[in-house]
Structure formats: structure tokens, C-alpha cells
Write a protein that binds this ligand. Structure first.
Ligand code: SAM
Ligand code: SF4
Length: 348
């Protein structure tokens, strides 16, 4: 059965509450990343300026609204929800949202997970595990506390390592995310991989994307992940893995450690063709693509009526506008203006 209309025509019925979300390129959208706050206790150089201005709290969706929105996505066949930010664990009472969403696990939702800088993990790890969260992505770009401070500006390295320990002790499967930065953490990729694999932790490397007010800085510090693979290959043997996480990473098994390394390469190897995800900001704005400006307002339909009819119609309409892919390469080459919003708005 063809779920989508190839001529870009709207389907006959505008409200289709249980129909899966499929875009005009026949991609089934079953993964949503929800940024629950734009605030953060770090100021990573590739993400935020030091004097970042945050949104007024009144603009944010309430936790109840976020839960209702996520529930609507689950009804549309979304099986994986990743809470992110900003730093998701600094949102007040965020555990209420985790607990609320956990009731969908096994009832449409396959996985509830989140991405964190790790600063608050020690405090919440046990409760998260109790909510049915099984995996967490922790961002860690270096094992060197001084470099860590230079990259995150405000981060406390020891606190993050304690958070990782607490997550492991609570039984969560941890994966590290490391942004590769020219002049920032070169030479750290091998020790970080060995450190992670020694603890049963997989690691993914990410190319710095030209996003945010200081996109020019990210363009300067862009390091192709082929360079990371070259550093690792000096000591480790990487072979393509059959593993797929449902996200954009391509995985490799490492013979010497028994661990896995992922490469997220939005610039050097475009993966848009198989994109299965969309992103929602903490104000209820839906971005159909991380690298494009087009967006859809979900807060209006959410607040306009206690029934979800308008919300589902807005989702259907947004699916028809999901673009074929990002333009990071043209932006990097200066042929197009980068998206002004930082990663902390749309989440990673
Ligand atoms: N605060 C949490 C954290 O740092 O994990 C969650 C939000 S953060 C925006 C999600 C991920 O985006 C992090 O792994 C971070 O390193 C990554 N990130 C932020 N800005 C980026 C950029 N310009 N290019 C590539 N990755 C970026
Ligand atoms: Fe905060 Fe994460 Fe952005 Fe760093 S990458 S400033 S931890 S939101």
C-alpha cells in the first residue's frame, strides 16, 4: 500500500489520527526528538554563546502539553522519543514527563531515551531507570578536564564522569557523543574510545554542524570524521557493523575492545535519504529538518482545542513539507546562509 501521494497532493481525509506519518519522499517518520528546554548549565563553544539569551518561561509548553504532544506522535506510529534540549535534566520536574511518557512503553512506544551533558545524571539515574529508560546518550568531547572546561566553558568534568558512573550503576546503557573539533580535541579520539569501551560504553563521533549565531566558528573547527577514523585506525581495527540504532550513525565494530564506534557525518556523507525523524522545540515548533528553516507551529493547534484534531491536521500538513535534505555542505562552502538557530533549540 502506498502511504503517501507521489504528486504532492493532500490526502482526501485531512484528519487521520492513527495513520502513520509519511513524508512526500515516502520516508516513514517514527522517531521524534523533543527539546524540553532551551536552557543549559553548560555553554559549549559549538552550541551557545556565553551570554546566551533564553526564552521567557511563559513561551514554553508546559510538561502536560509536552506529554500530550508526544502522545499524539505515539498515536501516529512514532516508536522512539528522545528528550533533549538545552539540557533536559535542568527542566524543573522533568521526571514528571519521563514518568508520564513511560506509560506508552510497550503500547506503541518502543523506546524512551534522552541526550544529556551528564551534569545531573548522578541525581536522576535511578529514577530514570525506574521509568523504563534503558539507554542514554552522554556528550563528552574529551578526557582532559582543562580541555573539557575550554569546550563547555562552564562544565565540571568530574561531575560528568560521576554521572556516567551513576548511569551505569543504575543499569542504563550509556553511549558517548563526541563532537570532533579541529584545534579542540584532536588526539583525544583514541583515548576516549578506549576509555569508553573499557566501561562497556559505545561512542559516536559527530561532525560540527554550521548552526547557531557562531556558525562561522563551527565552520572553522569542522573536522571530517575520516580524520577521526584515521586516528583510531592507528591502533584499532574497525569493521562495518550490522548494528543500527535507528539514528543517523554508521557503526563499526572494534576488534581489540569488543566495543562499537559510530560516525555521524552530516557533511562528509549525507544520510538524509533515510531520514526517519523530526524535531520539536520546547515552544512546540516542529522542525522537519535539522538543517533547514522551515517549521510548523504545533502550540497553536495544541492550545486551540482540547481535542487533538487540529494537531493531527498540522502534523499531516507538516509531513508534506518535510524537505528532501539539509544544505550543510553549501552552507559550509559559503554558498548559502547557515540556519541561525543553535542546536540547543532543536536538540541533538
Ligand atoms: N545538553 C545535552 C547534551 O549536550 O548532550 C543535549 C542537547 S545538545 C544540543 C545535543 C548534542 O548536540 C550534543 O551531543 C552536542 O554535542 C551536539 N551539538 C551541539 N551543537 C552542535 C553542533 N553545532 N554541531 C554538532 N553537534 C552539536
Ligand atoms: Fe548545553 Fe548540550 Fe549545548 Fe553543550 S551541547 S551548551 S551541554 S545544550
Amino acid at each position: 500500500m502506498r502511504l503517501n501521494n507521489p504528486e504532492n497532493q493532500p490526502p482526501a481525509a485531512t484528519f487521520s489520527a492513527q495513520a502513520p506519518l509519511v513524508d512526500n519522499f515516502h520516508r516513514r517518520i517514527d522517531y521524534v526528538r523533543v527539546s524540553v528546554t532551551d536552557r543549559c548549565d553548560f555553554r559549549c563553544v559549538y552550541c551557545m554563546s556565553e551570554n546566551m539569551q533564553f526564552l521567557p518561561k511563559a513561551d514554553l509548553l508546559t510538561l502536560e502539553e509536552l506529554e500530550r504532544l508526544c502522545t499524539a506522535f505515539v498515536l501516529r506510529g512514532v516508536g522512539k522519543i528522545r528528550l533533549t534540549g538545552g539540557e533536559p535534566l535542568v527542566r524543573r520536574n522533568v521526571m514528571q514527563l519521563f514518568r508520564g511518557l513511560s506509560r506508552h512503553l510497550g503500547a506503541g512506544l518502543r523506546e524512551l531515551t534522552f541526550t544529556t551533558n551528564g551534569s545531573q545524571l548522578a541525581r536522576y539515574a535511578l529514577e530514570l531507570a525506574d521509568c523504563g529508560v534503558q539507554r542514554v546518550n552522554v556528550s563528552l568531547d574529551t578526557l582532559d578536564p582543562e580541555k573539557f572546561r575550554a569546550i563547555t566553558r562552564w562544565g565540571d568534568h568530574a561531575q560528568v564522569l560521576a554521572g556516567i558512573d551513576a548511569a551505569l550503576a543504575a543499569g542504563l546503557k550509556v553511549k558517548l557523543n563526541c563532537v570532533a573539533l579541529k584545534g579542540g580535541n584532536e588526539g583525544e579520539f583514541l583515548p576516549l574510545t578506549e576509555w569508553a569501551h573499557g566501561r562497556g560504553i559505545d561512542i559516536s563521533f559527530i561532525e560540527a554542524m554550521p548552526l547557531g549565531e557562531d556558525a562561522a566558528h563551527n565552520i572553522e573547527s569542522y573536522l571530517p570524521l575520516d580524520d577521526v577514523a584515521a586516528e583510531l585506525s592507528r591502533k584499532l581495527t574497525l569493521t562495518p557493523s550490522a548494528f543500527a540504532s535507528g539514528g543517523p550513525a554508521r557503526y563499526f565494530d572494534v576488534a581489540e575492545t569488543g566495543g562499537r564506534v559510530g560516525f555521524i557525518t552530516p557533511l562528509s556523507h549525507n544520510f538524509c535519504e533515510t531520514c526517519n525523524r523530526v524535531r520539536v522545540t520546547c515552544t512546540g515548533t516542529l522542525f522537519m529538518c535539522l538543517g533547514q528553516e522551515d517549521k510548523a507551529d504545533l502550540r497553536g493547534p495544541l492550545r486551540a482545542s482540547p481535542s487533538d484534531e487540529l494537531l493531527h491536521a498540522a502534523l499531516d500538513e507538516a509531513m508534506r513539507r518535510k524537505p528532501r535534505g539539509h544544505d550543510f555542505v553549501a552552507q559550509w562552502a559559503g554558498q548559502m546562509a547557515p540556519a541561525r538557530r543553535p542546536m540547543s533549540m532543536t536538540g541533538g
